[in-house]
Write a protein that binds this ligand. Structure first.
Ligand code: VG1
Ligand code: CO
Length: 542
């Protein structure tokens, strides 16, 4: 039986860079999740009887929302729900399941790299039929609907057994509980030379993978240990926990410190990697060498042809605006187009669908390709392994050879977290107002070339996204970018991105902090972060 539950709009349900993210206690309020999910169902493009994919990263509150979403989907005319066993589906795996099974979309329950638990974060993302994050037109429509909603629909039904694969009936709708790993692992076997990697492993290639108690644990155990033959124990923290063991499931040098220490230590394996809460990010560390995500994107693009799935070459490379220009130099050398999009994977969807780009990436440790429509942490790890196996070279050698061929983009991101929202806005407004006057001026030893507020016109559908970050570009390829995060749940986070280019005959072996120090001073002089926020140092440097 379908019941209509009266409700009223709840403020603040505007999806950010990647879905709606709030504290669990906000999501647990009466009607909160229901209002948002009903708004999705009210605006989602779908035929009667369409399929919906549901899964999440296993964080606290996951199962509660999945059960309610299933009852609501049954009342809203869906014919079929595919749910990951145990409520688990990594973001890239969900993207693949949507595409493979022809679903009209999917709900991914995750706050990604944000911490989990009763006092931490929860989130809901809606992905559309191409498997990718809902584009801005859709998220705007969802938000508009949350502001007028007056009822949500659900069938009266008890909870589904999410732990046993098989099909059950909820109202008129079939719920299939599927193995979350099987389809995804099969796709990876098609893209990469598993035999070649297995031979390299048998020949002594070693690695450490930190799943950070998050969703990639089961995927990594199956693919890295069971299928590729890495020794048991290669996957660390491989059991998803509702609170990620009390840590931030954010694969950066601060939160994946233990892995970093292993990789810099005397007994380091050849290759180290980590992934985030929902499995779409990757951290890459070679023996004794950290590879920045921007460099990883460029190095993977330059070597992708070594993997069977990309042997035919790349159509184009796309990167988010704050990501370093290292990938652009590879695109130029390959004679293929390079695209610069706003932050957030949803902006890559059209380029991938149109066959204009094959590989995409973000400085925030997101890399992926046209195999799905999300960034994909394990995909990046497997492409690296494929490259290591095919070349027999170390990560260090690959990195050094890359810089010798293309030059090096030194890069860092400084995050100021939990900043007072007004102070953060004052930083942005202040620099924004000064932009027009900056070109040609000198800041320390640097001369400003171009200064702008980044706007993007989608080359496929012509849609325009404005206010996507402030860029101050200096002569000779150095650059500062400043933007506010759209994924936080407390106060504001200021992100300051620093980049300096050294050509092939420049200093390729410098220390990143030293190489970027004049840009740090220039940023303070231009943006007054310390003066306006009281913060003299970033909380996180990645
Ligand atoms: C951050 C990253 C962005 C990424 C987004 C979602 O957004 O900067 O590159 O796409 O998180 O990633 P923001 O607006 O906070 O800078 V995930 O892995 O959290 O879904
Ligand atoms: Co993520």
């Amino acid at each position: 039986m379908i019941r209509s539950h009266a409700t009223t709009p709840i403020e603040g349900q505007k999806p950010g860079t990647s879905g709606l993210r709030k504290k669990v206690r906000v999501f647990a309020q009466p009607n909160y999740a229901e209002n948002f999910i009903q708004s999705v169902f009210d605006v989602a493009e779908r035929a009667p009887g369409a399929a919906l994919v549901i899964g999440g990263d296993g964080r606290y509150h996951n199962r509660t929302v999945i059960q309610q979403a299933i009852r609501m989907a049954a009342a809203n005319g869906y014919g079929r729900v595919l749910a990951g066993q145990g409520g688990i589906l990594s973001t890239p795996a969900a993207s693949h399941v949507i595409r493979k099974h022809g679903a009209s979309g999917g709900l991914i329950l995750s706050a990604s790299h944000n911490p989990g638990g009763p006092d931490e974060d929860f989130g809901i993302k809606y992905n559309v039929a191409n498997g990718g994050p809902a584009p801005e037109g859709v998220t705007d429509a969802i938000y508009a609907r949350t502001q007028t909603i007056d009822r949500w629909l659900a069938v009266e039904a008890s909870d589904v057994d999410l732990d046993t694969p098989g099909t059950t009936q909820v109202g008129d709708m079939a719920v299939e509980v599927i193995d979350p790993v099987a389809d995804y692992a099969a796709l990876m076997e098609k893209l990469f030379d598993f035999d070649g990697i297995r031979r390299a492993v048998a020949g002594g290639l070693t690695m450490a993978f930190d799943a950070m108690h998050a969703v990639t644990g089961p995927y990594a155990h199956e693919i890295l240990e069971n299928r590729l033959g890495f020794a048991p124990g290669t996957v660390r923290n491989g059991t998803p926990l509702e609170d990620f063991g009390g840590h931030h499931p954010d694969p950066n040098l601060v939160h994946a410190k233990a892995l970093h220490e292993t990789m810099m230590g005397p007994d380091a394996p050849d290759f180290g990697a980590a992934s985030d809460g929902d499995g779409d990010r990757n951290l890459i560390i070679g023996k004794g060498i950290f590879v920045t995500p921007s460099d990883s994107l460029a190095m993977l693009a330059a070597n992708a042809h070594l993997a069977p799935g990309y042997a035919g070459g790349l159509k184009g490379i796309a990167r988010s605006m704050p990501t370093s220009a290292a990938a652009d130099r590879v695109a130029e050398a390959l004679g293929i187009p390079a695209f610069e999009t706003p932050t957030g994977w949803k902006f890559f969807g059209n380029l991938l669908d149109a066959g204009m780009a094959t590989i995409c990436g973000e400085e925030s440790a997101g890399t992926g390709s046209d195999h799905v429509r999300e960034k994909d942490g394990l995909w990046a790890v497997l492409l690296w392994l494929n490259v290591l196996a095919a070349t027999g070279k170390s990560v260090r050698t690959i990195a050094h050879e890359h810089w010798q061929r293309f030059g090096r983009n030194y890069y860092a991101r400084h995050d100021y977290e939990g900043v007072d929202a007004e102070a953060a806005q004052a930083v942005m407004d202040g620099l924004s107002e000064r932009l027009a006057a900056l070109p040609g001026t000198r800041v320390g030893d640097l001369t400003v070339g171009r200064a702008e507020n980044f706007a993007y016109t989608d080359p496929v559908d012509g849609s325009i996204s404005r206010n996507q970050g402030l860029i101050v570009a200096f002569e000779r390829g150095s650059r500062l970018v400043l933007r506010l995060s759209g994924t936080g749940t407390e106060g504001a986070t200021i992100r300051l991105y620093l980049e300096r280019f050294e050509p092939t005959d420049g200093n390729l072996a410098g220390d990143t902090t030293t190489m970027l120090s004049d840009l740090v001073s220039a940023a303070e002089e231009l943006a007054h972060i310390a003066a306006l926020t009281g913060r003299t140092a970033p909380d996180v440097v990645t």
